[in-house]
Design a protein around this ligand. Structure first.
Ligand code: SF4
Ligand code: F3S
Length: 230
């Protein structure tokens, strides 16, 4: 399943949706945005943010045309991660009710949530193996100290993880490690912590600020995974 941007976005482009997507899977054309169906994690956070209800789950009937349009253009349009000014020829103002609601309470920040995805591990290396054999090829030589024993090691520019830091428990990296994007202006950093569970890979995405209490976070992840186990 994925969410789909439909025709009412054309010449509206309010872009409230972009601000809340935890995985940055919106792509921008001149007159509208689209969602990359392979990147969307179906969290549904963007759907209520669009003032004109231009985002629909693909389970709704008669969306095939727009599902294809979203999939096709997401491959060629640039990724958009922050809200911009709407185009000069955008349609009329945001519906009054939504404008009032936004003024009274800004949209919930999706970055304050934990997102969990579960996928088959397949032929992909397990997370601990990636830590041992893949990540060391791409990191800088010097780590800096983080909260409560954590170390931050930047990935080098020009590598598949550029712009991210490898975060790990200094003395026992395999006990806790994550990859985190760095904060960039108003865009907060996001961390990805991966674990394997039998033949599945569990991906947990959370705000970088949560690393301040990474021990409590790791204990919470342990409890969550214990509940997932049959
Ligand atoms: Fe992004 Fe979630 Fe909306 Fe998909 S459903 S586009 S992941 S906010
Ligand atoms: Fe379009 Fe609605 Fe997003 S108008 S840009 S889908 S907030």
């Amino acid at each position: 399943m994925t969410y789909v941007v439909v025709e009412s976005c054309i010449k509206c482009k309010y872009m409230d949706c972009v601000e809340v997507c935890p995985v940055d899977c919106f792509y921008e054309g001149e007159n509208m945005l689209v969602i990359h169906p392979d990147e969307c994690i179906d969290c549904g956070v963007c759907e209520p943010e669009c003032p004109i209800e231009a985002i629909k789950p693909d389970t709704e009937p008669s969306l095939e045309k727009f599902l294809k349009l979203n999939a096709d253009f997401a491959k060629v349009w640039p990724n958009i991660t922050t809200k911009k000014e709407p185009p000069a020829d955008a349609k009329a103002d945001k519906p009054a009710a939504k404008a009032e609601q936004d003024a009274a309470a800004p949209p919930a920040n999706a970055s304050d949530r934990l997102f969990v995805t579960i996928a088959a591990l397949g032929a992909v290396l397990a997370p601990a193996e990636r830590l041992r054999s893949i990540y060391p090829r791409y990191v800088e030589a010097q780590a800096t100290a983080g909260p409560d024993g954590l170390a931050f090691l930047p990935f080098r520019a020009g590598t598949p993880y550029q712009g991210e830091d490898l975060v790990y428990l200094g003395e026992q990296p395999e006990q806790f490690f994550a990859r985190c994007t760095r904060p960039n202006g108003p865009v907060r950093g996001t961390c990805i912590h991966e674990r394997s569970l039998d033949a599945a890979e569990i991906t947990l995405r959370f705000p970088r600020e949560w690393l301040e209490d990474w021990r409590g976070l790791a204990a919470g992840f342990d409890r969550l995974l214990a509940q997932l186990h049959p």
